[in-house]
Write a protein that binds this ligand. Structure first.
Ligand code: C2E
Ligand code: MG
Ligand code: MG
Length: 744
């Protein structure tokens, strides 16, 4: 059925009341959707209203002129014949300008293509009307969107048809629609959103909220957000939130809400207030961001920064922090605390022999055992390596009692750490050394406390390990002495205060084989210092490296000099090499370089190593020995019998000589055990095809005993003490002479 659109029901027209006069039935019409829904009715009804309406020319004119929507009359070619004031305003032209203009002159080209199709269809009678949203370009070149309804009506003065166009500006409405769409999309973000009214009654929640809380829309809408509360926050917390919201219009912060399942988790809540134009609150919008992952990450970062990843115990940073805290607390409460430094004995050997994995396992066990020995209040930390620290807190106001209590706990720690460990199926025994210091208040700096605990721990180690020692000030004196010894030693190296003494090595009754060089320190104040007073310390501090190199170099220079003297050129020199020195990665190169630079004959050089060398990296040590051996250098195993040598290693090392330690030689005539050991060593050397030398031979009887069991090379006061070079050279010349005489 053909429909015509009439103007009688334009809702904004002042003439609307007249509508009933046109047709009493019109009001019962179902409104159509859209802008024109209440304005248009079936055109057939209009037709029926008939000529009476059209006859009323003046009334029509009024409607036309005063309508607030644009009305234009055009011919079927789209040329405007009439336009009302609203239409003119819409397009920004004067009404007179519009008359005669074609719609193509202000229609957006894209829309014109569509509209031309409609126009052609009207011309051909295929349709009577069309409606479209389209864009106009105003005289001022701005683009506006309009809802256009065009109806073909009989020409007022002719047989043809003309077009009546009704135009509503919908630019604002479209913009508003777009904003609404954006708002709807924004509300459906991945974060949980709540919209409440001014009384905080929930009107709307989004899908993310449903996912995050487990509640359905129906369960949430109508409630206030209180139903999410976890009970973790105080009344004051919510009052502060409300207050801030009222004062500033917004609030944000961390809240712990409850999931429907009962789980409680942290969220970052942002609440914004929506105000009406008059300033009244209309709504609240709540945005919930799940921060549980972020929280976990923060906790992990804290863990990494303050906890040892292997044992999970507090690390050095946290320990120092706790120590500072306890110093302050103990000062206020007047109660003593104790700092215990615990170091595992021989941990390095375990690491080297069974590997780091097993070492790590032991450290974990130690951490657990330590924690089990102390109270919740105390701190157990790992400083690094095999060093642990315990802070015993609040030990009471009496120093004596506090010390007793510390001693008891240290004792229980020692026995706990002494229990065997099961490490990857291997049973391992370990002990520890503990140093401790009591403290109260802030007078002693943290660093000093740590140093003092360290000193006492070393004292415990020195006492034979598996022991506990309290700090006393005598230790500090000793430590200070050590510190001055270190600086003295450094100075001595710079100022070349060292010298070598030579101790003869004899074969048979009197034939001089060579000498062992023994270092001495010509101290400017202390006089001649024996090596036992500084070598162990030089080893500890690493100063043995430059010192050992100097000894080796001096010995090589001496060998090179002797090579030109007939009475000396056959002599060998034995040089003591410390474990630390031999373990240096470039030790082999250093020796080879020294031989080259000094021109010493490698076959005259003998290196004395000790059995402790075999405690670490046996393969590497043996490899180095072979390289040096290939150059012609000999090896003697010093102090043999005092350490622990595995027979299998002995067999694999390219040794030349075993040196029976002087402790066996000393009592060889009176102690049957020492005699048996000396005999066994000689037998062992023979079975391994090695030479044997006895050191510390002081008497002819000792020499005779040794000769009887098969040891024919000796070193000791019986022949010569270690003596300065000139003296030794005289000694060598005499023995050379004596040898010549026996040959004559
Ligand atoms: P060592 O290598 O076992 O040297 C033997 C020590 O025994 C020397 O003590 C020597 O004087 C002493 N001695 C020799 N014959 C007798 C004797 O008949 N009776 C007694 N009671 N003692 C005797 P010294 O010179 O005090 O050296 C002690 C240790 O210092 C040496 O033991 C060696 O381990 C170390 N040492 C000495 N010089 C050096 C060096 O240049 N480098 C390294 N790394 N260590 C050195
Ligand atoms: Mg020696
Ligand atoms: Mg020795």
């Amino acid at each position: 059925m053909t429909k015509y659109w009439g103007l009688a029901e334009l809702k904004m027209s002042p003439l609307l009341e007249d509508r009933a006069a046109v047709s009493g039935e019109l009001d019962q019409q179902e409104p159509n959707s859209g802008e024109f829904s209440t304005m248009a009715h079936d055109i057939t009804k209009l037709k029926q209203a008939g000529a009476a309406f059209y006859a009323s020319e003046a009334r029509f004119r009024n409607v036309f002129e005063k309508a607030i929507l644009g009305i234009a009359i055009a011919n079927t070619a789209g040329t405007l014949l009439e336009a009302n004031e609203s239409m003119a305003q819409l397009l920004g032209f004067a009404r007179q300008e519009l008359i005669g203009m074609n719609i193509g002159m202000f229609t957006h080209p894209d829309d014109l293509v569509v509209e031309n199709v409609y126009l052609r269809e009207i011309q051909s009678g295929e349709r009577d009307d069309y409606r479209m949203n389209k864009r106009y370009l105003t005289k001022q070149d701005s683009l506006i969107w309009v809802d256009l309804l065009v109806t073909a009506v009989p020409e007022s003065n002719g047989d043809g048809i003309e077009l009546i166009g009704l135009v509503v500006d919908i630019t604002e409405r479209l913009r508003f629609d777009a904003e609404l769409r954006i708002a709807a999309i924004a509300f459906e973000s991945h974060e949980g959103m709540i919209l409440t009214d001014a009384n905080a009654v929930i009107l709307k929640v989004n899908k993310a909220f449903i996912r995050a809380t487990g509640y359905s829309v129906d369960e949430a809408v109508g409630q206030t957000p209180k139903f999410l509360q976890s009970g973790r926050h105080s009344e004051a917390f919510y009052l502060e939130m409300k207050d801030t919201l009222h004062r500033t219009g917004g609030w944000q912060g961390e809240v712990w809400n409850r999931h429907k399942s009962g789980d409680v988790g942290p969220q970052w809540l942002t609440i914004s207030t929506v105000f009406a134009d008059d300033g009244a609150v209309t709504h609240y919008i709540g945005r919930h961001q799940d921060i549980s992952e972020r929280k976990k990450a923060e906790e992990r970062i804290e863990e990494l920064a303050f906890f040892d990843p292997l044992t999970g115990l507090p690390n050095r940073a946290l320990l120092l922090d706790r120590l500072r805290q306890w110093k302050r607390t103990s000062g206020r409460s007047d109660r003593f605390c104790a700092l215990l430094l615990i170091d595992l004995d021989n941990f390095r050997t375990l690491n080297d022999t069974l590997g780091h994995e097993v070492g790590d396992l032991l450290l974990k066990h130690v951490g657990l055992r330590l924690k089990a020995c102390v109270r919740e209040l105390d701190t157990t930390a790992r400083l690094g390596g095999d060093e642990f620290v315990v802070i015993l807190a609040s030990l009471g106001t009496d120093e004596h009692d506090a010390a007793k209590c510390t001693e008891e706990i240290a004792g229980s720690i020692l026995s706990a750490l002494n229990q065997p460990y099961e490490l990857n199926g291997v049973t391992h025994h370990s002990t520890a050394s503990i140093g401790a210091i009591l403290f109260k208040g802030t007078s002693i700096p943290v660093d000093d406390l740590m140093k003092q605990a360290d000193l006492s721990m070393y004292k415990a180690k020195a006492s034979g390990r598996n022991a506990f020692r309290f700090f006393d000030s005598a230790m500090e004196v000793a430590a200070n002495e050590r510190a001055s010894l270190e600086s003295d030693l450094r100075q001595a190296l710079l100022e070349k205060q060292f010298l070598l003494h030579y101790q003869a090595q004899i074969v048979g009754n009197s034939r001089l084989l060579g000498a062992e060089v023994l270092v001495r320190w010509q101290h400017p104040r202390r006089g001649l210092v024996p090596p036992n007073d500084f070598i162990p310390f030089a080893e500890e501090t690493g100063l043995i490296l430059p010192l050992g190199l100097w000894v080796l170099e001096t010995a090589c220079q001496q060998l090179a000099k002797w090579a030109t003297q007939p009475e000396m050129e056959h002599l060998t020199l034995a040089v003591n090499v410390s474990v630390r020195q031999f373990s240096q990665p470039d030790f082999v190169n250093q020796v080879i370089t020294l031989l080259t630079t000094t021109g010493a004959n490698p076959q005259r050089l003998k290196l004395e190593l000790t059995e402790s060398l075999l405690a670490h990296n046996v393969e590497g040590i043996i490899e180095k020995m072979f390289v040096l051996k290939a150059k012609g250098i000999c090896f003697s195993l010093d102090d043999f019998g005092t350490g622990y040598s595995s027979l299998s290693y002995l067999k694999r090392m390219p040794l030349d000589q075993l040196k029976i330690d002087q402790s066996f030689v000393r009592d060889v005539l009176i102690d049957p055990n020492d005699a048996a050991i000396a005999k066994t060593i000689v037998a062992l050397a023979q079975s391994l095809g090695l030479a044997v030398i006895a050191e510390g031979v002081e008497t002819a009887a000792q020499r005779d005993f040794l000769a009887n069991v098969g040891c024919h090379t000796y070193q000791g006061y019986f022949y010569s003490r270690p003596i300065p070079l000139e003296e030794f050279e005289r000694f060598a010349q005499q023995s050379f002479l004596a040898l010549c005489l026996t040959l004559i």
